[in-house]
Design a protein around this ligand. Structure first.
Ligand code: ADP
Length: 298
């Protein structure tokens, strides 16, 4: 569906993205992890076509992005951006209908309204259609933006693959809202819809992503399944924080920050908290043993 080939991008002659190659296939969530300034948002801009790479290319369903007409591209990929500040008194339905503009050029039809309501239903927000957007909670607002993005890529030919690009969609959400939003995004995946999601929460990525790209100074520091990619060495190197990787009883890696490299150098040795967390690792592993199905128990 979406292929990035050897992408590089510069700002003020400094490389912000360097030689990135990967693909996103329908039915999967690819998470991008990396510290602030690693180039995650820039990467989404390159994949969406809003920025052009200095080198390399992006293809969507086999076509180079610059070869799409802008409205045609808008119907195949949509973006949920990091910062959306809307202060005008729009209703939720108005916001979702913005996603239909590439289809109707501002002349809304009954079908557009029906699609917008359907998209709100997909994110469990049909009941919010007539509410003012500004009066919603952060979690509700984020679901409305996902509905807007879904309405944008909804069209009759269900055999055409589409991609949703989301930049830190859980940034201002509490843990419960974050998990609910990620559950919802997973439920939307299909054999013609894939997603790339920039995340700061490593544990959300571990639980919800099929694959993870680690981005460090614009370079790919790792790509693979959460279990392949999230090792103590890789996560520690990425964020400059010593980490332990535990595993939940159902086998999902769970990353626990122990101490920053600076703190370790200052203290010159293992801190009491690191020792405590090591003992936690042991007890979690024994929990995992306890929960693992016994051979022949099914
Ligand atoms: P991330 O999303 O991982 O925090 P960004 O893609 O926003 O990283 O930024 C990557 C690099 O590009 C950073 O060094 C940042 O300072 C720089 N950068 C981002 N936007 C601009 C801009 N508009 N002008 C100049 N530099 C920018």
């Amino acid at each position: 569906m979406l292929q990035a080939r050897n992408l590089s991008f510069y700002r003020n002659s400094t490389a912000v993205i360097s030689s990135l190659s990967f693909d996103i296939t329908p039915g999967e969530i690819v998470a991008v992890l990396g510290p602030n300034g690693a180039g995650k948002t820039t990467l989404l801009h390159l994949l969406s076509g809003s920025e052009k790479p200095a080198q390399g290319e992006v293809l969507l369903n086999g076509t180079l992005l610059p070869n799409f007409h802008s409205s045609e591209l808008a119907c195949l990929r949509s973006v949920v951006s990091q910062k959306v500040h809307l202060s005008l008194p729009y209703t939720v339905l108005d916001i979702v209908l913005l996603g239909r503009q590439p289809h109707n050029r501002g002349r809304e039809t009954e079908q557009d309204r029906a699609i917008a309501r359907l998209a709100l239903g997909n994110v469990q927000a049909a009941h919010l259609a007539d509410r003012r957007y500004t009066e919603l909670s952060g979690g509700e607002q984020q679901r409305v933006h996902v509905a807007r993005a879904l309405a944008q890529i909804a069209h009759n030919d269900s055999s055409v693959s589409r991609v949703l690009l989301l930049d830190e969609p859980t940034a201002h959400l509490d843990p419960g809202q974050s998990y609910r939003l990620m559950d919802l995004l997973r439920s939307l995946l299909s054999n013609t819809l894939g997603m790339m999601i920039v995340l700061h929460d490593v544990n959300l990525a571990a639980r919800y992503a099929d694959r993870i790209i680690l981005l460090s100074h614009g370079r790919q520091a790792g790509i693979g399944t959460p279990r392949e990619v999230l090792t103590p060495a890789s996560v520690s190197a990425l964020y400059g924080v010593e980490t332990a990787v535990l595993h939940t009883p159902d086998g999902v890696p769970m990353i626990v920050p122990l101490q920053s490299f600076v703190a370790r150098e200052e203290k010159g040795g293992e801190t009491p908290s690191a020792a405590l967390l090591r003992s936690g690792t042991e007890s979690l592993q024994s929990d995992a043993e306890h929960y693992r199905p016994k051979a022949g128990s099914r």
